[in-house]
Design a protein. Sequence first.
Length: 255
Amino acid sequence: MSVLEANHVKKVYKTRLGGEGVTALKDVHFSVEPGEFVAIMGESGSGKTTLLNILASLDTPTAGKVLINGKDYSALKDGERAIFRRNNLGFIFQDFNLLDNFTIEDNIKLPLVLAGEDYETMDEKVLPLAKELGIESLLKKYPYEVSGGQKQRTAVARALITNPHILLADEPTGALDSKAATNLMHQLRDIHKSGQTILMVTHSNVAASYADRVMFIRDGEVFHQIYRGDLKRNEMLDKICDTVTVIMRGGEDNE
């Protein structure tokens, strides 16, 4: 069974004047298999951020359904949806979304606190994850005391601490310099190799080249996909760059 299914998802935002509204997503239909790493790309205004918000259960579709492990979250009440989100999804944001008055350790533990886990269990989960991500020595520091790359690795640890079925990443390298971005993508690649399902929205051709599959969104629809197959990362990057060039020219890649 697919871990995530978007079944003919449509999203229309109503206007204040009661007109026809703005269509952000027309008819998006795809699935993500367990252990897959999928990147979503598209120009600004293409609908990819709207799609991610709907997949993350932060917004609901106007039509169609999103199924996580076969369950339609849109039928849940707000409180139930929040619990469902916490139990099934992990989030990495472009601007980290860390709490400056919490230590690195407490930021990582936050989802477990909300889930009501005991402190001993939290410690058992945090330490191995922090060591894996190279932030074990930073646990007692505060976000304003560490670098952007270290903040994002903290955000990754927080996203993974609940063992989510899907890790959702929104422009995870967008606020990082090139070295920190490369380090982060190497870590996400290793996390993926361990079996974690990842779905990432990105503008970065380089970041997308780490994925198994890249979906291109245009005018609210999936219009093209690239599958890695046996391609090396540099070959995948070349295909992505070629497709992005086609998009910028307003054409369509039919390879």
